[in-house]
Ligand binder design. Structure first.
Ligand code: FAD
Length: 298
């Protein structure tokens, strides 16, 4: 199933994101998580890609396993910064050969542990170049998603810049977008308004990060420029060493966040699962209005 077409028909999407584990034990646990989340009948699941190309084989193998061993639609993330165009073409051709129809086209970040890193000669500099490459070489075979940043990408000097280059990815042929995590919905609503004013009308699915480890999320959030509301910090900081309490507050927060998003007519919800099912299952089952919407499109 092509995600872009599914969304274009006005269908509501629920999706789960995983990362490729490094060990056989991690892989076993991931497939256990997938088994549990499969019961929620997601529209698609996605598998991340290491920006330096470090997970090339692992991402491909997990994508292939999910595609072959389950009935789930799977989207492969692909970052372009560290690959030549030929390598990207090879990776995409391989996905096409095994029947993968959905790609999240990303730039990725320069790997922190490689200060001498230089992109290969003629590499795709930005995600838009990867979107163009996909459309040029594969036409409409792939449905292409791209990343968006309701609070602005850390490298974007302002939101006008953000929208300008996001719009470029859409004009290059992106069908839909998934946002960076955010915790204050007004950033998302303002971003959607700005996009609409610029004639950018693709479905933009909010990315939801259930907080189960406050210290880790503080780090992620500061890296990607997501604001954690002061009221949430005040609740979580005193109990940050008590995982059960953090997870309880995090799940409650995400439920309220998703309910507000649903009331405001979002096209779907994308959960960053960190390869665990518990928080996502709890949120999914508790969000008022989610199961009826899903039944409508099941
Ligand atoms: P781009 O769209 O290329 O934008 C990057 C920056 O460059 C922005 O500031 C943009 O405004 C600016 N820009 C774009 N085009 C131009 C231009 N022509 N001239 C000047 N400036 C320009 N990372 C991974 O490594 N692996 C993953 O699997 C992964 N999955 C992700 C999934 C989602 C849903 C999201 C939101 C992010 C994901 N990331 C992933 C992180 C992403 O790779 C980083 O945020 C990265 O820094 C930017 O990638 P991008 O595709 O948004 O880049």
């Amino acid at each position: 199933m092509k995600i872009g077409e599914y969304l274009k028909q006005g269908n509501f999407s629920v999706s789960f994101e995983f990362f490729p584990p490094k060990t056989p034990e991690g892989e076993r646990q991931l497939f256990e998580t997938i088994e549990e989340l499969k019961t929620l009948n997601p529209t698609f699941v996605s598998v991340t890609y290491g920006a330096g190309g470090s997970t090339r084989d692992r991402t491909r193998n997990i994508v292939k396993r999910i595609h072959e061993e389950t009935s789930l639609t799977v989207m492969a993330h692909l970052t372009c910064i560290a690959h030549t165009r030929e390598e990207l073409y090879e990776i995409l051709s391989d996905y096409k050969n095994i029947g993968i129809e959905n790609i999240l086209a990303l730039r990725g970040d320069v790997p922190h542990d490689r200060p001498d890193f230089r992109p290969p000669e003629g590499a795709c500099r930005y995600a838009v170049d990867l979107v163009r490459l996909i459309r040029e070489k594969f036409g409409n075979y792939f449905s292409v998603g791209v990343a968006s940043y309701p609070e602005g990408h850390p490298e974007s000097p302002n939101m006008e810049w953000e929208i300008r280059y996001f719009g470029e990815k859409v004009r290059a042929g992106a069908d839909f977008s998934i946002t960076q995590m955010f915790f204050e919905n007004h950033y998302y609503y303002e971003f959607i308004d700005m996009c609409q004013k610029e004639g950018i009308n693709i479905p933009i699915i909010p990315g939801i990060m259930p907080i189960t480890n406050f210290k880790q999320i503080k780090k992620f959030a500061s890296m990607c420029g997501a604001t954690i509301p002061q009221s949430l910090i005040e609740k979580m900081e005193p109990v940050e060493d008590r995982p059960e309490e953090i997870a309880k507050i995090g799940v409650e927060f995400a439920i309220a966040q998703c309910e507000d998003l649903l009331r405001n007519g979002v096209p779907g919800l994308h959960f960053y699962t960190l390869n665990r099912s518990r928080a996502t299952l709890e949120i999914y089952r508790s969000v008022k209005g989610l199961i009826p919407i899903r039944d409508l499109y099941a």
